[in-house]
Design a protein around this ligand. Structure first.
Ligand code: BMA
Length: 370
């Protein structure tokens, strides 16, 4: 690198640091807005703007996985959305799953075709909505899906000295090839939230806590961020670090890969248990605990936070959403995303569909966020 380059870099860095501290008054004259910069210093303006939209968000956005692609008992029907059919609005955020893309598949592991996914992401963007992506990528050692935790050392094998490193970079190439086709009507890349290696405090995925060391996990994340931004030149991604349950800040931060590679903090949280009322109390208590912890961590790090996945399978309680709302709406969480309504499984749904008895309660919750 030449001296000229270095001094330009210093000037650019100084501008970026200054911008990240700038206080900009709103035109409405209500509360002052701040701006922050994405961890990808070459992020597109739309990507920076999306991060700041979340950072300065005043209301809780509501999301649903795969919402435009399918819902309870229907699959790829133009204009349909389980959320819209209950709440009269499309979700603010739609979640998408990329598992299988790395193998060259044309549809993901839940049978959403990538061409349809791209089209729906573009529709969401046109509606003013946000797209977020998870990646339940396959186990590169065994060839089975991501839930195969029969061998540890998968993360170690993917890292630069590992036997599977080169193959994993080809997987990241396929990821980048797809993401670089998600463009708006003007041909500009659509900004996307990317939430890889999620629920890492649990040990049900090959990147889970018992399957790799904290250092290996951090290296995996940093390698992915670095490869996609520097080598592949992808500048439309915001990186979301989302854990499973935790009871204290040290556990949430144990594998946190660094402020310079994470844009948004979050967690996934579900209600489990046969005694529904008791499980609901435990769920709400855990949600409150994690929200308080994350709100403080996010404030300290000057980053937005979100509930990246949530739900009670089959929506078995008529007050589940309104009770959830009492806990989450008053916080500074920027969004909550409910998991998918499978089209081919009777009981695998996480928001009520039209006619379901929990539908009025869900609508009440969504109305309270407006
Ligand atoms: C899980 C379930 C699975 C699905 C996976 C990835 O929680 O919904 O059926 O394959 O997420 O989307």
């Amino acid at each position: 690198m030449t001296n000229n380059w270095l001094s330009s870099l210093c000037i650019i860095s100084a501008i970026l640091i200054a911008t990240s501290c700038t206080q900009t008054n709103t035109t409405s004259g209500t509360s002052p807005l701040s701006s922050i910069t994405p961890t990808d210093t070459l992020a597109t303006p739309a990507t920076t703007s999306l991060l700041n939209r979340l950072y300065n968000g005043q209301k809780l956005l509501v999301g649903h996985q795969d919402d435009l692609s399918y819902g309870h008992t229907w699959y790829e029907i133009e204009g349909r959305s389980d959320m819209k059919e209950v709440c009269e609005i499309y979700p603010d955020i739609c979640g998408w799953e990329l598992g299988g893309l790395e193998l060259g598949d044309t549809a993901n592991l839940d049978n959403v075709g990538y061409n349809n996914m791209r089209r729906h992401m573009q529709e969401m963007h046109r509606l003013g909505g946000i797209n977020t992506m998870t990646w339940h990528s396959y186990n590169i050692i065994t060839g089975n899906n991501c839930w195969d935790v029969s061998v540890d050392g998968v993360v170690a094998a993917i890292l630069p000295d590992g036997a599977k490193h080169a193959q994993y970079l080809r997987w990241l190439d396929r990821f980048a090839d797809f993401v670089s086709t998600i463009k708006d009507d003007e041909g500009e890349l659509i900004p996307l939230l990317f939430r890889p290696y999620h629920e890492l405090i649990g040990s049900w995925f090959w990147w889970g806590r018992d399957l790799c060391t904290a250092d290996e996990y951090k290296q995996l994340w940093r390698m992915t961020h670095n490869y996609l931004t520097q080598e592949k030149g992808l500048h439309n991604l915001l990186y979301v670090y989302s854990t499973s349950n935790f009871n204290d800040a040290p556990l949430f931060l144990e594998r946190y890969p660094g402020d310079d590679v994470v844009d948004i903090l979050g967690f996934d949280i579900y209600q489990y248990g046969d005694d529904l009322k008791q499980a609901q109390q435990e769920f709400l208590k855990q949600l409150k605990l994690q929200s308080d912890l994350l709100s403080a961590i996010a404030k300290e790090k000057n980053k937005p936070w979100a509930v990246c996945e949530a739900g009670l399978e089959s929506c078995l309680l008529g007050d589940w959403f309104s009770e959830l709302g009492k806990t989450i709406i008053p916080t500074d969480a920027r969004y909550i995303l409910f998991w998918r309504n499978a089209h081919d499984r009777d009981t695998h749904f996480y928001i009520p569909f039209d006619g379901h008895e929990a539908a009025p309660d869900f609508k009440k919750f969504v109305d309270a966020t407006r």
